[in-house]
Design a protein around this ligand. Structure first.
Ligand SMILES: *Cc1c(COP(=O)(O)O)cnc(C)c1O
Length: 421
């Protein structure tokens, strides 16, 4: 077969044999993208869930420009810099009281890898090695070998399956059947020593925007405490207001032992991630014995420009009415979703704060459902970037989205499905 792609670039999660050329984007502002030939596209998925306030927020852009002229990059072992110190201090301030230490990395996947390594390091360094990880069915934690191991198994990791380590997956806490999840957690904890439970709080993203009740989280935390199991919250997607509160864990009033943050940490402008942990975990690695060092780094750990972007983002959270904006967006999302719910082509409408999702009734549901790519193409032609997960359409716009823009998105979804797509 010949390639229909004249570019040497191999794109992520893209089947180039079935996909036309990639659409070149020339600029981005607020909730809108503009293509090279001048077409305006509404970014209804916040560019893969990273853009919170909107593209090219002037305060973040300015901070990046200024930092780029001062320190571009510096090794982060032995040396430090103001933007990293400031971001770490603010993260400690705004997250639950028990989280006092911040480890920087570059992506959601790596901050979850760091979380799992911290958990295993903790158990080993206190002389009671534990290695088993528990995670939720349908979970997603990244695309590295470690995070794929923790995430759902499927067509997207079948080729690597022999390399993935064994993780115990608990049943998804379906509404009305939450007890099954809690029972499975409890029996897993009884069966053997568990190092950590790794979960996406309130909503599982890539697994199909599956929502569950906050009370499940607090119950899971209670079981973990009873068995001394570390609780890792992967808030890579749910953090930064996505579910209506700054962090999703707040809705269950729980304080995780380890917290993973990425995506919206820089407002979605540059790659940066942080893993926060409790003093117990830090102190288990704090020793004159060098074998107890936390052995993790990447070349660009705490890159100053990315940290400056994060610092500007944190400043925006402090000085702008972001939570109010999120509240308003969540309520217009609810209203719009209700209008779609009456349409017979859809089922399972659900919402977590600024995120809504609904399933298209099809015969071939699941990740490879043919309806997904077809809808993607149609929506894009109509000027809206929506990227269905299989037969699940979800809307996760930047917080600067207006009620009118959102109404257009839902009208387009409804019209497209009416016309038989
Ligand atoms: C996106 C995501 C990740 C991976 O983040 P990357 O920056 O893409 O590596 C991990 N966990 C969750 C819950 C995510 O949504």
């Amino acid at each position: 077969m010949t390639t229909n792609n004249s570019s040497p670039v191999w794109h992520p999660f893209t089947q180039h044999a079935l996909h036309g050329p990639m659409l070149p984007i020339a600029s981005a502002k607020g909730a809108w993208l503009t293509s090279k030939d001048g077409k305006r596209i509404f970014d209804a998925i916040s560019s893969w869930w990273v853009t919170t306030h909107g593209h090219c927020h002037p305060k973040i852009t300015k901070a990046i420009q200024r930092q780029a002229e001062t320190i571009d990059q510096v090794i982060f072992a032995g040396l430090t810099h103001e933007p990293a110190q400031s971001v770490a201090e603010t993260l400690v301030e705004i997250t639950p009281e028990t989280l006092n230490h911040v480890f920087f990395s570059d992506s959601g996947s790596t901050c979850v890898e760091v979380a799992m390594k911290m958990a295993l390091g903790y158990w080993r360094n206190i002389g009671r090695p534990r290695t088993r990880i528990l995670a939720l069915e349908h979970g997603y934690h990244g695309d590295t070998i470690g995070t794929m191991s923790a995430g759902a198994r499927g067509v997207f990791n079948a080729a690597y399956e022999p390399l993935l380590f064994d993780v115990t997956h608990l049943p998804f806490p379906q509404h009305g059947a939450e007890q099954n999840t809690l029972d499975a957690l409890e029996s897993a904890c009884r069966a053997e020593p568990i190092a950590a439970l790794l979960i996406e709080p309130i909503i599982l993203g890539a697994g199909g925007m599956k929502t569950y009740r906050a009370c499940v989280l607090s119950e899971m935390k209670r079981v973990c405490e009873a068995y001394g199991v570390l609780f890792i919250a992967d808030e890579v997607m749910t953090g930064w207001g996505r579910t209506g509160t700054l962090f999703a864990c707040e809705q269950a009033s729980i304080s995780p032992d380890i917290l993973c943050l990425a995506k919206g940490l820089t407002g979605g402008s540059l790659p940066l991630a942080a893993t926060l942990c409790t003093p117990e975990i830090y102190e288990a690695h704090f020793s004159t014995d060098r074998t107890k060092t936390f052995f993790h780094s990447s070349s660009f750990t705490a890159n100053p420009i990315a940290c400056a972007a994060a610092k500007a983002n944190l400043e925006i959270w402090k000085t702008e009415p972001v939570l109010e904006r999120i509240g308003a967006l969540a309520s217009i999302q609810a209203e719009q979703l209700k209008s779609l719910s009456h349409n017979k082509r859809f089922e399972n409408p659900r919402q977590a704060g600024t995120i809504t999702a609904i399933d298209v009734k099809v015969d071939d549901d699941g990740y490879l459902s043919k309806v997904g790519p077809k809808l993607y193409e149609t929506f894009l032609e109509l000027g809206i970037l929506l990227r269905p997960l299989g037969n699940t359409i979800y809307v996760m716009p930047p917080y600067c989205t207006t009620p009118e823009e959102l109404a257009t998105v839902y009208q387009t979804i409804s019209d497209t499905l009416e016309s038989g797509a």
